[in-house]
Ligand binder design. Structure first.
Ligand SMILES: [Zn+2]
Ligand SMILES: [Zn+2]
Length: 337
């Protein structure tokens, strides 16, 4: 009944604000259910997701390119996740990438790429999503069977055509990271906003291959030099005994804030300054050195990619994977109109 109500609301919005718009409905039904029918009793006139185009700013060629959404997604999934991952993990990644794109597309109410005017998305992985052309993917997979890899990614995209992740009927902010190291993170412990579907969940699935622990050493003098551009309290001629202190951690163990030379900086800034794989780090002092150990790789919010692969290898479906990492969400079919 909830979905019927949702469809009605969206239909009213559709006739009120005009086209184009998005309709979303659940994916678990087969055939045409009552809620898939328009109020006039007719089947919805949906346009296949393959016919939807978006404008992509390519950061290498500095050009705006129009391409189909589904073709764009092949380049994103190929760039963002190893092709060796299990099919259901690749499908989960395809749905995340599609949800991100739909959220950004101006034709469906998104703001587009905020860095490149006129583009829906750019190919800068630090801004929108990474994307590689077919030629670039062939180069990336040159040492393996590139054609088989491309086929596998195309299958992951086409078998989830039109599917997105929604919360209360709206596409979610489908953030993801490489590996969480044991527990994902609440959004507000990393970024300012608390989102109801970005809740930390235990993840034992990334223990295999997801960089569970990395250790490295840094001299205390090098530590001070690395942190100085981000922390004005660190004196230029700092003594060798400048150490981080007053660490505030999230429940999952990641650094939320840390104090260096009396100045508080965020965990994200600390990670950037030291080029750490994650903010889930611990250290010990050994003479003039810090020995740092880090768990996982990435910000830790949303889908854990290695965790998704671990779940897929245990036989979970892409829907199970997405519902696990995005709490309280629905996996929905979007009709692009
Ligand atoms: Zn961008
Ligand atoms: Zn994980």
């Amino acid at each position: 009944m909830k979905r019927l109500a949702l469809l009605t609301v969206v239909f009213v919005a559709l006739v009120t604000i005009g086209l184009p718009s998005l309709l979303v409905h659940g994916t678990q039904d087969t055939g045409i259910a009552e809620e898939d029918l328009r109020p006039d009793g007719k089947e919805p006139q949906s346009i296949s997701a393959g016919e939807v185009n978006l404008s992509v700013y390519h950061i290498d060629t500095k050009e705006l390119v129009d391409m189909s959404l589904e073709e764009y997604l092949v380049g994103v999934v190929g760039a963002e996740m190893p092709a060796s991952f299990a099919m259901e993990a690749l499908k989960a990644q395809a749905v995340c990438a599609r949800t991100y794109a739909v959220n950004s597309m101006r034709a469906y109410g998104g703001g587009g790429c905020t860095k490149h005017p006129g583009a829906d998305v750019c190919t800068d992985s630090t801004h929108c999503q990474a994307w590689l052309s077919a030629e670039q993917l062939a180069e990336k997979w040159a040492a393996v069977d590139a054609a088989a890899c491309l086929d596998k990614i195309r299958t992951a995209v086409s078998e989830t055509a039109g599917i997105i992740i929604t919360y209360n009927g709206e596409p979610v902010d489908a953030v993801f990271h490489s590996s969480c190291g044991g527990h994902t993170e609440n959004s507000e412990d990393v970024w300012p906003e608390a989102l109801p579907y970005l809740r930390g969940v235990p993840c034992t699935f990334c223990a295999n291959g997801g960089r569970p622990q990395t250790a490295f050493e840094i001299s205390i003098a090098d530590f001070a030099a690395a942190i100085r551009p981000y922390c004005s309290a660190v004196p230029v001629a700092s003594s060798g005994q400048l150490l981080p202190s007053a660490v505030e951690r999230s429940a999952a163990g990641r650094i939320k804030s840390i104090t260096v030379a009396g100045e508080k900086i965020s965990g994200s800034v600390f990670r950037k300054a030291l080029n750490l794989p994650s903010t889930n780090v611990a250290w010990q002092v050994s003479g003039e050195k810090l020995i740092i150990t880090a768990k996982g790789y990435g910000h830790g919010v949303g889908l854990c990619q290695y965790g998704a692969n671990g779940m897929a290898e245990k036989g979970e479906t892409y829907q199970d994977i997405l519902r696990y990492y995005y709490s309280g969400t629905e996996i929905a079919k979007a009709d692009f109109r």
